[in-house]
Design a binder for this molecule. Structure first.
Ligand code: ARG
Length: 462
């Protein structure tokens, strides 16, 4: 028996393996709400334009609403020989309302239908992700405010560089996430044009009103070129690109959490809620959630690459290759949502060990730059010379096995006789961070101001 939706030209049913490779219903059933929403808008427009009767449109609407209820209740039977969500819904509609169901597909094709459905799904996903990013930013800004003056070592090359504050470090991620959110919202602006009514590829001879369907679905306007409308997946690619960069940021943070929570660093303690034990080593508290966030970046950036490879050689207009857009897009955006939520939980629960951080901040001659700056400021020395003098003093301290603060004044004066007792004031880590008041610097006063500004700004977003 040939397919009841497109089988007019066919004598035989598809082979089982054809059905296996062709059917998308196992994954595109996720689009049922968008599919029905689009069909409701289309049917209402067809009736308003006089293309179908009002009574048929009413029957179609009731039928579609019943179907939505059935799918939500889990009583709907999806069938693989109906290939995809579009035909499963339409076939069920025919079973419920009879012949009028056949009028719904007037002036429409699955090509513009699927582009519309996926756009609606991606748009919802972007809106949800933007909210989840904001929530993570708020968790970070709150922690940052609480730890505006908590000193930790700042690193370059993962070598102790200069003391910074924990709050400042956390706010760096708030900035990154803000760019991520901006990329998502920017992608959303370009996405928000309705492909519905492009039909198969060439438009339609029916007097449809594309502005009406666009408006009904919250799009800014209809897409301008029917070929582009059905062959464009930029909106999914852009969302995946934004997701990849966001995941990459989360992965970097996750890596820091893994490092910080190790016994060797001991900078933070993760809550029991976000740690796991070892089945053999009783002492272990593993940062599994952070490790998984780090790892899941692979599948998210993989999805971007996979869809780019699907699209790269496709001529206009719709090609069945494009059916492969959905699983990658769903998986990647859902994974990012999970990662953002897990990160938010970890950040909220994270307890820094201020004493351990401060101790580490003082080790490794982290205030050497402060000493050099003192030589510049107090003795009028050129910075390059001060750098050399400081280097020799650090070498002395290293040879004596002590911190800069513990090196006797006489030892420093042996390198530079004009150094006075006053120098010790700048060698402490707290003084060091307090002095970094330049715009964007790590001084606790800056961090407090920035964290408060962020919290106010994020609250406005609701
Ligand atoms: N299941 C298809 C997809 O996901 C829907 C569009 C099919 N169009 C077609 N002409 N076969 O892309």
């Amino acid at each position: 028996m040939s397919n009841s939706m497109w089988g007019g030209r066919f004598a035989d049913a598809p082979s089982a393996i054809m059905e296996e490779i062709n059917a998308s219903i196992d994954f595109d059933q996720k689009l049922f709400r968008q599919d029905i929403y689009g069909s409701l808008a289309h049917a209402a427009m067809l009736a308003a334009a006089g293309i179908i009767g009002q009574d048929d449109a009413a029957r179609i609407r009731e039928g579609l609403e019943q179907i939505r209820g059935e799918i939500e209740a889990g009583t709907f039977t999806f069938s693989r020989d109906l290939e995809d969500i579009h035909m499963n819904v339409e076939s069920r509609l025919a079973a419920i309302i009879g012949a009028a169901a056949g009028r719904l597909h007037t002036a429409r094709s699955r090509n513009d239908q699927v582009a519309t459905d996926l756009k609606l799904w991606v748009r919802d996903a972007i809106d949800a992700l933007a909210g989840e990013i904001t929530a993570l930013q708020a968790a970070l800004a709150e922690k940052a405010l609480a730890h505006a003056a908590t000193v930790m070592p700042g690193f370059t090359h993962l070598q102790t560089a200069q003391p910074v504050t924990f709050g400042h470090h956390l706010l760096a991620y708030v900035e990154m996430l803000e760019r991520d959110r901006g990329r998502f919202l920017d992608a959303r602006r370009r996405l928000n044009e309705s492909p519905l009514g492009a039909a198969a590829l060439a438009g339609t001879s029916f007097p449809i009103d594309r502005d009406a369907t666009a408006k009904a679905m919250g799009f800014d306007r209809p897409t301008a070129n029917s070929l582009d409308s059905v062959s464009d997946r930029d909106f999914a690619l852009e969302a995946l690109a934004a997701a990849s960069l966001c995941a990459l940021h989360l992965s970097r943070f996750a890596e820091e959490i893994v490092i910080w929570s190790s016994a060797q660093f001991g900078f933070i303690r993760l809550s029991d809620r976000f740690s796991t034990g070892s089945s053999i080593m009783p002492q272990k508290r593993n940062p599994d959630a952070a490790e998984l966030v780090r790892a899941k970046t692979g599948r998210i950036t993989g999805a971007l690459n996979a869809l780019m490879m699907v699209m790269k050689g496709l001529p206009l207009a719709y090609q069945k290759d494009m059916q492969e857009d959905k699983e990658q897009t769903f998986m990647a955006l859902e994974t990012l949502s999970l990662c953002l939520t897990a990160m938010r939980g970890m950040v909220g629960d994270m307890e820094p060990d201020a004493a351990a951080m401060k101790k580490a901040a003082g080790a490794g001659y982290a205030t050497a730059t402060d000493l050099a700056d003192w030589l510049v400021r107090t003795l009028g020395m050129p910075f390059r010379e001060a750098h050399g003098v400081t280097g020799r003093i650090v070498a002395k301290a290293a040879a004596a096995g002590v911190d800069l603060e513990a090196l006797p004044l006489a030892e420093m004066q042996a390198v530079e006789p004009r150094i006075t007792e006053d120098v010790f004031a700048v060698l402490g880590v707290e003084r060091s961070v307090e002095s970094r008041t330049s715009y964007g610097g790590t001084a606790p006063a800056n961090v407090r101001r920035e964290a408060e500004a962020w919290l106010a700004r994020l609250k406005e977003r609701g």
